[in-house]
Each structure stands twice: as C-alpha cells, then as structure tokens.
Design a protein around this ligand. Structure first.
Ligand code: NAD
Length: 493
C-alpha cells in the first residue's frame, strides 16, 4: 500500500471522522454520523460525524474565544502562519488530491494540477495582501482629529457546496483569516473530507485552537444552525440560489451581513472568425471540467450560423474522445458525477428538455464503465433547440451544453442577457474590438475573451442577479469584505 493511501486510511479511521472544534477532534454531541460515498463506484468511503445546533454553538463559542488573540496579532504574524499553512498544503498535496478525487470523483491529475496548488496559493495571496493593507486612514475633517480604522468582524460563518470543496474552502477562509477573523465552516455533506484534513494541517502548523472550526453536517441542521447563529458576525455562503436566499434571510434576522456566491448558466458567444477546431476543443474541455459541475461553465453555446455545423461537428468529436472513468485512473479525463441524485438530476433535465422540443446533437446518457458499474457516470451531451427550453434556462450542473445559432451581434447580446443568472460568459472572436465590446455588454460578474473558466488571484470573481449577492472572491476587495470600518474622532476643542 502506498504512503498516501496509508495516510488517507489513517485519517478516515475505523470510526466516524470527528468534528474539529476549538482545536480538538470531537464526536458530534448528538452522536449522529453520515456516510460519504465514492462517486467512482458508489461504495462507502467514510463515515463522518454529523454536527447539529449544539455543535455549531460550541464552534461559535470557540471562535469567539479565539478571536481577540488572533485579531490582536500583527498582520505579519498571521501572514507567516498562513504561509506555513500553504507550505503544509503543498507538502500534503498528494494526500489532499487523492482524498479530493475519492470524495468528489474528479481525476487525481486535475486535483493535483489545479484544486490543491491553487488553494495553497489563496493563502499566500491573502497573506501577502494583508500585510500591505493600510489599516488606518487619516480623515480630512474640520476641527476634528479623525481617522478610520479597519478591523476584523469576529467569528465568520461559511457554508460550502460539494463541487470544489478544498478550493472553495481556501477561497473563503483565506481572506477572512488574513484579515484577523476566526471561522466556523460547514462543508457540504457529500464532500467534507479535504476540509477536515485541512484542520489537521492547521493544527500541525500552529494555527491557534478555535481560529478554524469545521462542523460537517446536514444543511437543514448544521447549515441552518450556523446561518441562524447570533454569535456570527459575518456570513458567507456558496451554493444554489434557493439555499442562498434562505441563508441570507436567516442572517438578516440577526442583522448579520451575508455574501452569497451562487449558481450560473454561463454562455459562450462564438463568432464566425474564430479557429473553429480550437474553440470547439476548448469549449468541450470547459463543459467536461469537473464533469460539468462548475458554476460558471459554458452551458449555453451561442454559435454564429456560418460556423454552426463545423463547430458542432468538432465539439462532438472532442467530446466523444473524452475518457470516462474513475479519478485514480491516469487515462481518465472526466470522472463521475458526485452522487446518484446528481446523476438523476442531470438525466432528468435532459429527458425533460428533449420531451419539450430539444434535440440531441450528441447523445449522452448514463454509462457504466466496466469494473465501476456502481459509479455515477454520464457521457457528455450536446442539445439544441429554442431559447425557452428548460435545458437552455436552468442550471443542469453536468457535462451538457445547449447550442443556439445566431446571426447578429445585437440579438445575441439580448439572448445571453435573457438569463436570470449572471455569473460568467465568454466571447470568442478574432476581432478583439468586437470581443471587448460584446464582453462589456453581457450582464454578469465576469466576461472572458477567447477562453472560458479563467481564474487568477487579483482577478475579481463574483456574480450578479441570481448568481451572487454582495460578494465576490479572489481579489483585494475580498480581503476588505472581512474588515469593517471604525471611525476614531477627537474634537480639537
Ligand atoms: P446547495 O445550495 O444545495 O448546498 C450548499 C450548502 O448549503 C451545503 O453545504 C448544504 O449542506 C447547505 N445547506 C443546504 N440547506 C441548507 C439550509 N437550509 N441552511 C443552511 N445551509 C444549507 O448547493 P450544492 O448542491 O452543494 O452546490 C451546487 C450549487 O453551488 C450550484 O448552484 C453551483 O452553481 C453553486 N456554486 C457556486 C459557486 C460560485 O462561486 N458562485 C461555486 C461553486 C458552486
């Protein structure tokens, strides 16, 4: 058995993986636990303690106790610890990537090449930003010596979805911790393992007890308790608009500010002056990344009539060459969906779309790779039809794209903007003036040019309309989201 597998087995243990609260590993107070399944074959991967309101209460108490000491440290000291945390993540990259692959289903090579190193970088980026931020700003006010200081809020609550658990954990907590807040995290019940392993690394590098607390549990128990807790000073949620709305409403009852990063129905607008083969391959890559379970991915393809047939043909070829299998197989380029429920959701959407007028340009459906018959696999699909079809409008969250032809620039802008979502779109054209012009007119948090799914630290990422509320990640503004203003004033008699 490999060293990595031995470490994963040690971590998952023979009984329920406990909660991490106040620097201690502890069973859930109510004794409940839930099973976590491997998407690759449907078998039970781990049993995890299932926290409820009492555990959330303990975690908020621990985060409240730890706050003054953590906030009182210099930005430098916190940044040094966060760099050590990033060091530890990098040193454990193989374990984390394998754990993420087992839990989410994604290829190990994707988790190794992207999720884990990019997560480590989040801690480095916000650590460095935080030491260079001016925390006290003199105010030019008549007859008053005045300044505005920026201070952390206190315990911050985080609720995360299952699709990129480790990366989203880092995107969320890194700015909050760098700013001097403490955190209580509720990971998704489908994929809590890498977040729990991250607690082990936090303890290893000396992040003080109570600064990071993780309470896995169900949404309606642990998640609801966290969003309702009056001891939380700032709430952040990533997930579906439906649950986001409920979380924001609960936080609002306590007048706790809340930011939401939500779903999407991203479009790619493809003009007729592109390299069609290259564009088709990149879009095929976009919709199969993480088996299409990507909030911002290109799910609506608006293709100029002149290149429609060629693009569909090239994309179908690229999608047919995708190698579907378990994440630990080197040959796999697309893993399973995260759960049987998710598979039924994806297939259900496609059935409904086809029964209401959509046609399949590339047929997909369930697939059962030999030796992995219990896994949650589907083949990628291309659909076409009218703009009002359910598959053109709703978030499917699987490897499915919906193709709609267009002829002119003005019309396609209106079609893209008819979506209630507003997370991310892309424009593909050899004419950069046109690409920039169209990119600016698309109503979303992000418009990418000649690429889809573009991420970098320093590049703000967030959504509007159904895709986001008061939020955004990955930029200096994100650090400021976790600092509140305080005015200090002394009248000069
Ligand atoms: P979800 O909304 O069902 O669940 C998200 C989290 O909320 C989970 O931890 C869940 O346990 C918790 N939850 C469920 N009910 C709750 C309640 N009543 N109170 C409090 N918490 C509750 O989303 P999901 O299915 O896990 O993830 C998929 C969604 O996330 C998609 O819509 C996707 O687009 C979105 N997403 C958005 C971003 C972004 O950055 N904008 C990133 C990743 C995923």
């Amino acid at each position: 058995m490999s060293v990595v597998q031995t470490e994963i087995d040690r971590f998952l243990g023979s009984s329920a993986v406990p909660l991490y609260v106040g620097g201690s590993w502890t069973p859930a107070r109510g004794g409940a636990a839930f099973e976590v399944r491997q998407p690759a074959d449907g078998s039970v991967l781990a049993v995890v303690a299932s926290g409820d309101g009492a555990d959330i209460d303990d975690a908020v108490t621990a985060a409240t106790r730890a706050f003054p000491e953590w906030a009182g440290r210099s930005a430098n000291e916190r940044a040094t610890l966060l760099h050590r945390y990033a060091d530890a993540i990098e040193a454990s990259a193989e374990v984390l990537a394998n754990l993420e692959s087992l839990d989410v289903g994604k290829p190990v090579k994707d988790a190794t090449g992207f999720d884990v190193p990019f997560a480590a970088k989040a801690f480095r980026y916000f650590a460095d930003l935080s030491v260079n931020v001016r925390r006290s700003q003199p105010l030019p006010v008549e007859h008053i010596e005045a300044r505005q200081v920026q201070v952390p809020y206190g315990p911050c609550g985080f609720i995360f979805p299952w699709n990129f658990p480790f990366l989203l954990y880092a995107w969320g907590v890194a700015p909050a911790l760098a700013a001097g807040n403490t955190v209580v995290v509720k990971p998704a019940e489908l994929t809590p393992l890498s977040t729990l392993y991250a607690c082990h690394l936090a303890a290893q590098v000396g992040i003080p007890a109570g600064v990071v607390n993780v309470v896995p549990g169900l949404g309606r128990t642990a998640g609801a308790a966290l969003s309702q807790h009056s001891g939380i000073r700032r709430m952040s949620f990533t997930g579906s608009p439906e649950v986001g709305r409920a979380v924001a409403q609960e936080a609002a009852r306590n007048l706790v500010p809340c930011k939401l990063e939500l779903g999407g129905k991203g479009a790619a607008v493809i003009f007729d002056d592109v390299d069609v083969g290259d564009t088709a391959r990149k879009l095929a890559g976009a919709i199969t990344l993480n088996t299409g379970q990507v909030c911002c991915t290109a799910t609506r393809w608006f293709v100029h009539q002149n290149v429609l047939d060629e693009l569909v043909s090239e994309a179908s070829k690229a999608l047919s060459e995708i190698s579907i299998g378990p994440g630990d197989d080197e040959a796999t380029t697309m893993g399973p969906l995260v759960s049987e429920t998710q598979r039924q959701r994806v297939l259900g959407y496609v059935d409904k779309g086809i029964s209401t007028g959509a046609t399949a340009l590339l047929e997909g459906g369930a697939v059962r790779p030999e030796g992995h018959e219990g896994g949650y696999y589907v083949r990628p699909m291309l659909l076409a039809g009218g703009p009002d079809n359910v598959c053109a409008k709703e978030e499917i969250f699987g490897p499915v794209a919906y193709v709609i032809p267009f002829r002119d620039e003005q019309t396609v802008i209106g079609s893209v903007n008819s979506s209630r979502y507003g997370l991310a779109n892309s424009v593909w054209s050899g004419d950069l003036d046109r690409a920039n012009r169209v990119a600016e007119r698309l109503e979303a948090g992000n418009s990418w040019i000649n690429a889809h799914n573009v991420f970098a630290y320093g590049l703000p990422y967030g959504g509007v309309n159904l895709s986001g509320y008061g939020g955004g990640v990955n930029s200096p503004e994100t650090l400021f989201d976790y600092l509140r203003h305080q005015t200090i004033a002394r009248p000069l008699s």
